[in-house]
Each structure stands twice: as C-alpha cells, then as structure tokens.
Design a protein around this ligand. Structure first.
Ligand code: SF4
Length: 264
C-alpha cells in the first residue's frame, strides 16, 4: 500500500470509499459531477492547462504554447493561460521544477506526493499547486486538506537539511489569479503532521470495518453513490459547487515500474 494525499483524503472523507477504491480497487462508472458535458470539458481544459505549464517550464517558447491554446478555441483555457503568464509565477524563486514526484516513509509505509511545481532558491522552497476549479475554496478548508499536510511533510522529509521554516505551499487559482493562498511551514507543524499521518495510517492498518460516512453531503460527488444507495436516481453534485479539481490519482494507477522511479 502506497499512501497519497488523495487516498488519505478519501479515507478521512469516507472510510467506505477508501475501502472500495484502494483495497477492493473497484472502478465504478457513476457520474460524479453534473452537468456532465461541462464537467468533462472542465477536466480536459484543466489537464491541458497543467501540461502547458509543464512544457513552459521545460522551456518551450510562449508564442508556440499560445498558438496551441488559441487553436483549442477554448475561452476558459485561454483566460487561465493569460492569467498564468501574467500572475502565475509572480514572486516565485527562479529555479523551478514541474511535475515532480517524491516520496517519504511514514508509519512503515510509503507516502507519495506529485507536485505541480517546486520553485527554490537558497533559503526558500515554494510548492505550487495550480487549481482550475470554478469555486475559490476558503483558507480554513484548504488548511485542513490532506494535500496541504502531505505535500509540505513529504518535501520536508525528503530534504531534512532544509529547515521546514523555509518551506511554503501556495495554491494558485487560475480563475482568481490575484488571490493565491499561502501556507508557511515550521518544525512544530512538521512534528504535528508526522503524528497525524502516523496515527491515520495506523488506524487504517488496524481497521476491520470501513463504514459509510455519516456526512451524506460527501456522497454527492462520489462515484459509488449507486452502490452505497446514497442518492440513487438523484443528480450528482453541481460543477459550480465542486471546490477542487481531482488531481490525478497517483496511487490508484501507479504501476510498479513507476514506483521504482519515484525519488525519495
Ligand atoms: S457514496 Fe457516500 S458512503 Fe458511499 S463510498 Fe461514497 S462517500 Fe462513502
């Protein structure tokens, strides 16, 4: 078992979802977000946006990338791309690596994190995560996300010579380019995160029953709604209320070959 922010968040949200998705590896074809067509378009534009930034970081000229964006005839993507070029890299350290996967041991298991961007210079590392959701999540909500916990923790564990105080995580929103959310880090928080992650993994390891969540609103955006008889025959959650883009499920699809290549 390899843990990630996605699998741990699934467990925190609903133990049954964790069991179905990661232990039983059950792929269930239910609509997660509606309207479906708009959701698929949003997902495709989000994926392409991430790929474009990756290519930009590799050094592909902006005019070439802009031509790709223009040819897609996707107004939303064009807006995100313009926002990114204008504000996305503002204030970030100059040495930048995109799409990097790192892992660290925790509780006897491997914890993996796939970073959109790591920007660094002497005395500072900024983890950047690009978000293309329509809704701007609140700071309090982001602070509690397993992504905020896992990303900072893994980086600090991989680079023990760098004081956690030099690490910061930034969520940058393509729809709200002037309003990023920054989460600094420190040693006290690192130790708390280590305890939280170890406890969580121990709890999963020793659990025999994976109950359905009591918070029914979580079922709105869940692929197992029909299976669990939660909202059977009802519409899935609305795209406008969906706060996060699903990041690629690193652990769900990761092959053994890829695992061997992950840095740690
Ligand atoms: S439908 Fe609800 S109870 Fe079932 S796995 Fe999803 S979140 Fe959990």
């Amino acid at each position: 078992m390899i843990f990630s922010q996605t699998s741990l968040q699934d467990y925190v949200d609903c133990p049954r979802r964790f069991e179905l998705k990661y232990l039983q590896k059950l792929k269930y074809p239910a609509v997660q977000v509606e309207p479906l067509e708009a959701w698929e378009r949003q997902m495709m534009s989000g994926d392409l946006f991430h790929q474009l930034i990756y290519q930009h970081m590799l050094g592909l000229p902006e005019d070439k990338l802009f031509r790709i964006v223009y040819e897609k005839k996707d107004d939303q993507l064009q807006k995100w791309w313009e926002n990114y070029l204008r504000y996305g890299l503002e204030g970030l350290p100059a040495e930048r690596t995109a799409e990097r996967t790192l892992s660290a041991p925790v509780g006897g298991y491997r914890l993996i994190a796939k970073y959109d961007l790591i920007a660094q210079e002497t005395g500072q590392i900024v983890i950047v995560d690009w978000k293309t959701s329509l809704k701007r999540p609140k700071r309090e909500w982001l602070q509690k996300r397993m992504q905020t916990v896992v990303y900072r923790y893994v980086l600090a564990s991989v680079y023990p010579m760098i004081p956690p105080e030099q690490i910061m995580m930034r969520y940058w929103f393509a729809e709200y380019p002037l309003d990023p959310e920054d989460f600094p880090y420190d040693r006290e928080q690192y130790i708390k995160d280590q305890e939280q992650l170890t406890d969580l993994i121990r709890e999963i390891e020793t659990r025999t029953m994976f109950e359905l969540t009591g918070e029914h609103h979580r079922c709105l955006f869940c692929q197992y709604r029909t299976l669990c008889e939660r909202g059977k025959g009802e519409n899935a959650g609305n795209l406008e209320d969906f706060e996060f883009n699903s990041d690629p499920d690193v652990d769900f699809d990761l092959s053994f070959d890829q695992i061997a290549e992950v840095e740690f």
